[in-house]
Design a protein around this ligand. Sequence first.
Ligand code: SAH
Length: 256
Amino acid sequence: MKVYIIGAGPGDPDLITLKAAKALQKAEIIIYTGSLVNREVIKKFGRPEAEVYDSAGMTLEEVLAVIKKAAVENKIVARVHTGDPCLYGAVQEQMDALDRLGINYEVIPGVSSFLAAAAGLKREYTLPGVSQTVILTRIEGRTRVPGKEQLADLARHQATMCLFLSVQVIDQVVERLKEGYAEDTPVAVVQKASWPEEKIITGTLRNIVGKVKDAGIDKTALILVGNFLGGDYKRSRLYHPRFSHGFRRDSGGDAE
Ligand code: SAH
């Protein structure tokens, strides 16, 4: 018996990892986050005879009950999350419960939606001279955000920011961000990144709220903020001719 906790990727079924696809192909029981995971992923890689559960209408206890039964029957389970399970996936409580139950599990990472959004925008989050930091955060909702992580405080860093679970209150988000970023800071909202119906709205902190409301976007979208979206930046030293020979020990990028 084994449980695979899988990141299904942002939507496009081709953006699942090979390892996750192989695990899905083995699974006799599939529990997926129906509100967000593209059903096509399950159809494409799941076995037709697999028992499929949509966790959207289930409690943690109900999910665990399905897994416990599978353990008794010695079946393979795929617990499928959207993007990567480590971000806003409520996955820790599941893993801790499985540890307590002595159930064997493995986590297989996925392509998070904030990565698919950058691909859709064709932008780099970490432009030299602009920002070398990416803040992944959300506005508080039913889940509280710790006091030291208030948006206005995070905004003061003027780093690249990716906001999950927040587009439904973009007006409040923008008000708080304006306490740290200049009003002309570029903002992009990407809905359903990598899905056929992907939608991208761009603007600035001054005008993005109206544009997003006009487009009717109130869910499954990320708000991306920062000067990485436009304007000047410094050329990277990574591919600079002066640094292109030898072993680039001094480089600032991923050749390290
Ligand atoms: N674990 C997921 C995030 C789950 S929280 C991940 O790594 O992407 C759910 C939130 O993620 C949504 O409210 C939305 O803000 C964002 N999201 C998930 N899929 C998305 C997609 N394809 N495009 C844009 N945003 C997405």
